[in-house]
Design a protein around this ligand. Structure first.
Ligand code: ADE
Ligand code: ZN
Ligand code: ZN
Length: 261
């Protein structure tokens, strides 16, 4: 009897771990890297304001908050906020926008709440945590991918002989296989001149959306359903992932400095 209960507990535990491992997301390391890079580009003034809102926790610390709340039904309505799908040949058009929300509407909502002097402290805290995460998602090209294949989630591939999909390869497989902590990834981001930083921080939210979408086209061309991916794939695309994380960080800092700096 005792053994039966023990085996059942082991089974439940293993299944829950397996389900957790299968959850699609720009992995924790990617999001934390974006947060850690952003920290380096915050003005003193915005750092102070943000510190107050986040009670001393870092941007990296809260970068995964929007993924963590997915397991709570209370927050279900925020699920479509993590991505945006629209036709590659047409411009994003508000009238056709997903009524349940999308990544663009999400970021705009966060910015509006944070800019509004009348917003409550509670709202500012919640939407700041969400914004940190969504600026990361915006730079995962397949979060601006095609709706038909759910941003590459339906393109099944093997990653070093283990079942995966193209979306997950870009969310986490390449980053996790590289096996660097988020602090190391942030520290080892390519060195940029002031002019390069300014150039990357230029543009509107929609400019950044189209940039990710253009990259999504390349990603779709990089692998087919059933492909077996190994070292060569990271050799070809990890530098792109690292640059996306860097741009995510720089632009997160930019929008935060615009509000708080
Ligand atoms: N995750 C779940 N559905 C998605 C979609 N349609 N596009 C991008 N990411 C997703
Ligand atoms: Zn994802
Ligand atoms: Zn997300």
């Amino acid at each position: 009897m005792k053994a039966k209960i023990t085996y059942s507990l082991i089974a439940i535990f293993s299944i829950s771990i397996a389900l957790q491992a299968n959850k699609p997301k720009w992995g924790a390391t990617g999001h934390r890297t974006v947060g850690a890079i952003a920290e380096k580009y915050l003005t003193k003034k915005s750092k102070k304001a943000i510190n107050k809102i986040l009670k001393g926790h870092s941007l990296a610390f809260y970068s995964t908050f929007a993924d963590e709340i997915k397991s709570d039904n209370k927050y279900r309505k925020y699920s479509p906020w993590h991505y945006v799908n629209f036709d590659f040949d047409t411009k994003y058009d508000r009238s056709k926008a997903n009524k349940k929300g999308d990544l663009i509407q999400a970021i705009e909502t966060c910015l509006a709440v944070l800019k509004d002097g009348k917003s409550s402290k509670k709202d500012k805290t919640f939407y700041l945590k969400m914004l940190i995460h969504f600026m990361g998602d915006l730079h995962q090209p397949l979060h601006v991918g095609r709706g038909e294949d759910r941003g590459g989630n339906d393109i099944k591939v093997k990653w070093f002989n283990k079942p995966s999909n193209l979306h997950r390869v870009w969310d986490s497989n390449m980053i996790d296989s590289y096996n660097m902590s988020y602090t190391e990834l942030a520290k080892n981001a390519d060195k940029l001149s002031k002019a390069q930083v300014q150039a990357l921080q230029k543009g509107t939210l929609l400019d950044w959306v189209y940039e990710s979408q253009a990259l999504a086209k390349t990603v779709y061309g990089s692998a087919n359903n059933g492909d077996k991916l190994y070292y060569r794939y990271s050799y070809d695309y990890l530098s792109t992932v690292r640059f996306q994380l860097q741009k995510g960080g720089l632009r997160l800092a930019k929008v935060l400095n615009d509000i708080f700096g």
